[in-house]
Design a binder for this molecule. Structure first.
Ligand code: GAP
Length: 514
């Protein structure tokens, strides 16, 4: 199945089974804003718990906070967001549609890659076993021509972005003959900068309202609380502060479902270190974070690092962890060595000393920072994309199964009476009443057992327990495993232990230390 179709199916699956709904749907929705349904919220909470515990529970030197969404507006001046948190926009005069100039160029570059891959696929089919891909890529004239074009555009593009050269961005669009996907014309306006922050007024106009922003990242809430946490928690460097919370960006090109949203959630951790030791810690957090992703079991090949060649002026190292989504490898998490930029800038703008006295060195300094920053919603999409599976069974039937990591599954156990009579529902309810304190359980008595299994497969429930007449006699049930569909007869008294071992996050956490 084409990856585009897989993605479409995934999006409708999310809606059909109560994971994600378009926001304000009865009013025709609100662009790039989504609501999480009854299954989605459980999965999302489990993802957040996996992240939070991996930071705050497993590391003695990482603590959490929950800072407010509204912050003093000068914070966004100090952080650089007021002046530089912009997207370059361009309008097509015929369709009146607005685009991000950088995205138009990136899409153009991706199309060249597609063309190269098509040439390679064609040649591979033609030459079969004798095909040497490396040699073909290095020598085929058409491939070389595409690559030269790509490199040329890429270099111009990188320079234009680095120099904030909006005219050059437009010129690249013109030179590459990029057309508007709606009107098909090249009738473009100038490129303009557009700030991504949402603003609102705090206080009544009579009192002199203050313009405040909805935070575009949670990180600044951590920086401005550095001294509070360090002093009240008697934290010694190196230490980290973690936070999960909402962030808001007025994204212009909002697409690909929950990949790019206007209201989303971030899980960020700022790790404060001695100046000069930051690159060592950068490497450590890079390793730790990719292990966290890989522990979920979607396959190591699904991940890759994208090290930034061009760094932001305040960073001395940066990388993205990318996951292979149905629409290609995409950033899920960023890891940045941010030097002392943020704390120093807040010192300057607030006029308050933000330093740490290092008892071992006997001196004060502004700590350096390693940031790990991951979007909850992007992680949610990663988990759904990595788990969604359509299978053809031996009897020719198909089943859609979410092979969710067991610890993240919204429902851990479904309990099903074989029939709705003879005391089987009561026995099933008794099992739930015993297990519901430990696991999210679901009772289901409607339709055939086969249909009930399919419903649970579709939401990724790892265990289904069936209560039958034998259960009334000997207190045993059958337990069916989602992935293998194997069934075994077990004592009701053993259910808690069987399930607890498998659904615990402990096995995931243990892999992080390896
Ligand atoms: N404090 C650093 C920071 O915010 P970022 O690369 O802009 O860095 C970090 O964002 C992460 O937040 C991204 O890797 C992505 O997972 C998530 N993210 C950013 N913008 C998003 C959006 N519009 N919708 C969903 N997730 C987003």
């Amino acid at each position: 199945m084409a990856q585009e179709d897989v993605f479409k199916k995934l999006v409708s699956h999310c809606k059909e089974y109560g994971f994600v709904f378009p926001s304000s749907e009865i009013y025709d929705g609100l662009g790039a804003v989504y609501d999480y349904g009854q299954m989605g919220v459980e999965l999302k909470n489990n993802i957040k718990k996996y992240w939070w515990d991996s930071m705050v529970l497993l590391n003695d030197n990482v603590v959490g906070i929950d800072s407010a969404i509204f912050m003093h507006p000068t914070i966004w001046k100090a952080s650089g967001h007021v002046d530089a948190f912009n997207d370059p926009l361009i309008d097509n005069k015929d369709s009146k549609k607005r685009y991000r100039a950088d995205v138009l160029i990136e899409d153009y570059l991706a199309k060249i890659d597609e063309k190269v891959n098509k040439e390679v696929d064609k040649a591979a089919k033609r030459f079969k076993e004798a095909f040497d891909e490396e040699q073909f890529r290095a020598t085929n004239p058409r491939v070389l021509e595409y690559e030269a074009k790509k490199n040329d555009v890429h270099t111009r593009f990188a320079n234009a972005l680095n120099n904030s050269d909006l005219e050059e961005l437009r010129q690249i669009i013109i030179d590459c003959e990029i057309v508007c996907p709606i009107s098909g014309t090249k009738n473009w306006t100038e490129v303009r900068q557009f700030n991504l922050m949402f603003a609102t007024d705090m206080g009544s106009t009579a009192d002199g309202a203050m313009k405040v922003y909805l935070r575009p990242e949670t990180a600044q809430g951590i920086f401005v609380n550095f001294l509070n946490v360090q002093k009240t928690g008697r934290m010694k460097i190196p230490f980290g502060i973690a936070q999960i919370g909402k962030a808001f960006r007025n994204e212009i090109v909002a697409r690909q479902f929950i990949f790019r949203m206007r209201e989303f959630e971030q899980m960020e951790m700022q790790f404060f270190v001695r100046p000069g030791e930051e690159l060592e810690w950068f490497k450590k957090w890079k390793d730790t974070r990719v292990k966290w992703h890989k522990a979920l079991g979607f396959g190591d090949k699904k991940y890759r690092f994208h090290d930034h060649e061009k760094l932001a002026h305040y960073a001395n190292a940066a990388t993205d962890i990318e996951f292979e989504m149905p629409f290609g490898f995409k950033e899920v998490e960023g890891i940045h060595s941010r030097t002392d930029f943020d704390l120093s800038s807040h010192e300057k703008f607030s006029g308050k000393k933000i330093q740490y006295f290092d008892p071992e060195l006997g001196k004060s300094y502004v700590p350096y920072v390693i940031e790990t920053s991951i979007g909850v919603d992007r992680m949610f999409l990663t988990v759904m994309a990595g788990s969604y599976c359509e299978e053809t069974l031996e009897n020719g039937e198909t089943r859609v199964v979410l092979r969710l990591p067991v610890a993240l599954a919204p429902v851990k156990l479904a309990v099903m009476p074989l029939t709705k009579k003879d005391g089987l529902p009561e026995k099933a309810q008794e099992i739930i009443d015993n297990l519901k304190f430990d696991f999210k359980c679901q009772y289901d008595e409607k339709d055939s057992i086969g249909k009930r299994y399919r419903r649970q497969d579709a939401i990724g429930t790892p265990f289904c327990v069936t209560v039958d007449h034998q259960s009334l006699e000997d207190n045993t049930v059958t337990i069916r495993h989602r992935d293998t569909m194997e069934q075994e007869r077990v004592a009701i008294a053993d259910l808690n232990k069987i399930i607890a071992d498998k659904v615990s996050m402990k096995s995931l956490f243990k892999q992080l230390g390896e």
